[in-house]
Design a protein. Structure first.
Length: 143
């Protein structure tokens, strides 16, 4: 199967992060950050329910699954909160560049150590140079 649909999906996901952060920050300024994040998360929750039901449901928890694999929910909260707080203060471009830098560093660690079930990929100097470029770019984008 071609990887292009996944490349496009990843690009659209990045666009969604930028739009979500800006929308939540603007909404938070009008109705309060806690209300904006609750509202945004409720909308996500409703879409998740629809997706879950469209796939026929299933067990919501399984014994033997390590608790660390449920960290995704907390990460989702951290993402929307960090974006809503950072976007108005350092701007969407710098915020997203720092998000990407954080993602890159974490992805390298996940792959290098094979954490959370990822395929183990040894970190090469070229990959470290790539992440360093992203980090430098993030700081160049700051206002």
């Amino acid at each position: 199967m071609s990887t292009w649909p996944f490349v496009l999906l990843a690009f659209l996901g990045g666009m969604a992060v930028a739009l979500q952060g800006s929308a939540n920050a603007a909404l938070g300024q009008r109705i309060g950050l806690h209300v904006a994040l609750f509202t945004s998360t409720t909308v996500v929750w409703l879409f998740c329910i629809a997706f879950y039901l469209s796939k026929g449901g299933g067990a919501l928890h399984s014994s033997g699954v390590p608790a660390t694999l449920y960290i995704g929910g907390f990460c989702g909260f951290l993402i929307i909160t960090a974006a809503a707080l950072a976007f108005p203060r350092i701007g969407p471009a710098a915020s997203l560049a720092l998000f990407v830098a954080g993602q890159g560093v974490t992805a390298l660690l996940l792959e290098h150590f094979g954490w959370l079930g990822t395929q183990r990929v040894e970190t090469q100097p070229s990959r470290l140079i790539g992440i360093a470029c992203v980090i430098v770019g993030a700081f160049l984008l700051r206002r």
